[in-house]
Design a protein around this ligand. Structure first.
Ligand code: BES
Ligand code: MN
Ligand code: ZN
Length: 493
């Protein structure tokens, strides 16, 4: 998709569709709308909006046939919620126009201001909004065409806006890479093929990539990770991506849960809970997206991505409830429920990651159904004991329009992980399941500054919601990139 910049008026731009964000149905209350209205003759827009029942409510869309009154063929009015920043408005309008323009070739987006931030968000929005997963569709089921070229209408400085558009493109492509990995069916995206696909992407973008096989994991004593793999016919992989710039100002390790299919192991899931369990490697996919973006944007931060990839299956060698297994850092863990596999993989990978001595360690995992019970499908649970990290991660998320919600690492629940036979058990009390999962992870991070994002809800949606499509969303990539950019900017000051 080509994305270009123009200072033309929305009335003068030649495109199949021109989109504009609207916060009211009263044309004269909105400067941009009244300008458009004047170009349309002075009263037509209000009448059309009335005929179409457009009130400017959040999420409301109206596609009006321009019939020669402006140069574009269609006008798309996008209702916006109150109180959002210009860049969030730009992102919403861009996502909407990309979705509404499936049969069209060219679009223009009128930006709410001339800031680089809005241009970036619009570029990101139009490319993520156009996303479709079509790999397995054939013949007439295969979607054709789609937007080829998009013009962003703003009159800011080209020197600032053009690089911003490029950043938006990089973030969007990274989000879409993550979505493709998650949407890929579990017989196609296995730990082995995922590691290969990631290595290919890494090579393409100049990122270092190393993958450990089962033998190497045995040598490194990653027995919790291997226990989860023990019921699977496919080998596990630990993939290590690294972006190491010349003079890094900080070092961050991202860790991702990469269960390419979670059957639950011997504590088998019921069919309804199993059906979308290809999504259980979304943490890994987000991690890949963040590292690739960091490298492509040339961020002066050393960024590592570690993904623990395996299936959780029921084969004859499968690990059992009651087993006691020792971790990479030498703790013994009593297995309670084999469906709580993610924290076992993460425990070993986090223990290894802390050895890289990062300034920050951030993990993403579709870890618990309990987190969805607590927060619903659109919000990630955010756990950290570090107030500074909390503030800056939350600021990054809110900038990117991703909802994360701080959850407590309630130390009182830690005793429910005490075991009679081992150092600890891996599941705790029945209430507070997202918290006890996070508390289990906390035992493996040592003194490293750490945050955990439980993305079980927002990583994969049953229905599209706001800017996110149905299925894989790539949730977490944009926030992760924004966090790294902020670190770099603050270190430079
Ligand atoms: N992968 C699941 C969590 C999940 C559920 C992700 C729904 C996405 C959507 C995880 O491995 C799991 O099975 N967790 C168990 C933990 C329990 C056995 C302590 C759960 O949430 O039920
Ligand atoms: Mn599970
Ligand atoms: Zn799982």
């Amino acid at each position: 998709m080509k994305i270009s910049l123009s200072s033309q008026q929305p009335t003068a731009v030649a495109a199949d569709i021109v989109a504009i964000g609207v916060r009211t149905a009263k044309v004269d209350r909105d400067e941009n709308l009244s300008r458009l209205d004047r170009a349309l003759g002075g009263s037509l827009l209000g009448e059309l909006m009335k005929d179409e029942g457009f009130e400017g409510k959040p999420g409301q869309l109206v596609k009006l046939a321009a019939r020669g009154r402006v140069k574009a063929r269609w006008i798309l009015l996008v209702g916006l919620p109150a109180g959002e920043s210009p860049s969030q408005q730009a992102r919403r309008v861009a996502v909407s126009v990309a979705r509404s323009a499936r049969g069209l070739k060219t679009a223009a987006i009128f930006l709410p201001d001339d800031s680089p931030d809005s241009a970036r968000a619009a570029a990101e929005g139009v490319m993520t909004g156009a996303y479709q997963y079509a790999r397995y569709k054939t013949g007439s089921r295969k979607p054709k065409g789609g937007l080829r070229s998009v013009t962003l209408l703003a009159s800011g400085s080209e020197g600032e806006l053009v690089p911003a558009i490029r950043s938006g493109r990089v973030v969007a492509e990274s989000i879409n890479v993550a979505r493709d990995l998650v949407n890929g069916p579990p017989n196609d995206v296995t730990p082995v093929t995922m590691a290969e696909a990631v290595a290919e992407l890494a090579e393409k973008y100049g990122v270092k990539c190393e993958a450990w096989n089962k033998k190497r994991l045995e040598k490194e004593g990653m027995n919790l990770f291997l226990a989860v793999n023990s019921g699977s016919a496919v080998e596990p992989r630990l993939v290590h991506l690294s972006h190491v710039p010349e003079k890094p100002v900080r070092k961050v390790v991202y860790v991702g849960k990469g269960i390419t299919f979670d059957a639950g192991g011997l504590c088998l899931k019921p069919p309804k809970s199993m059906v979308d369990m290809k999504c259980d490697m979304a943490g890994a996919a987000v991690t890949v997206g963040i590292v690739l973006a960091a490298a492509r944007l040339g961020l002066p931060v050393e960024v590592h991505g570690l993904i623990g990839a395996t299936e959780n299956m029921t084969g004859a060698g499968a690990y059992r409830p009651g087993d006691v297994i020792s971790s990479h850092d030498g703790k013994t863990v009593e297995i309670i429920n084999t469906d709580a596999e993610g924290r076992l993989v993460l425990a070993d990978v986090l223990a290894y990651a802390r050895g890289l001595k990062p300034d920050y360690m951030i993990d993403h995992a579709t870890l618990t159904g309990a987190c969805m019970v607590a927060l619903g499908p659109w919000t990630a649970g955010f756990f950290t004991g570090d107030e500074e990290l909390a503030a800056s991660y939350q600021a990054a998320a809110s900038h990117e329009g991703e909802t994360i919600w701080r959850m407590p690492l309630d130390a009182r629940l830690r005793k429910t992980l005490d075991s009679d036979v081992a150092d600890l058990k891996h599941t705790g009390a029945s209430y507070g399941g997202a918290v006890t999962a996070a508390l289990f992870l906390q035992d493996f991070v040592g003194k490293t500054r750490w945050a955990h994002l439980d993305i079980a809800g927002p990583a994969f949606l049953e229905q599209s919601h706001e800017n996110s499509p149905k299925g894989a969303t790539g949730f977490g990539v944009a926030t992760g990139v924004r966090f790294l950019e902020t670190l770099a900017r603050e270190a430079a000051q």
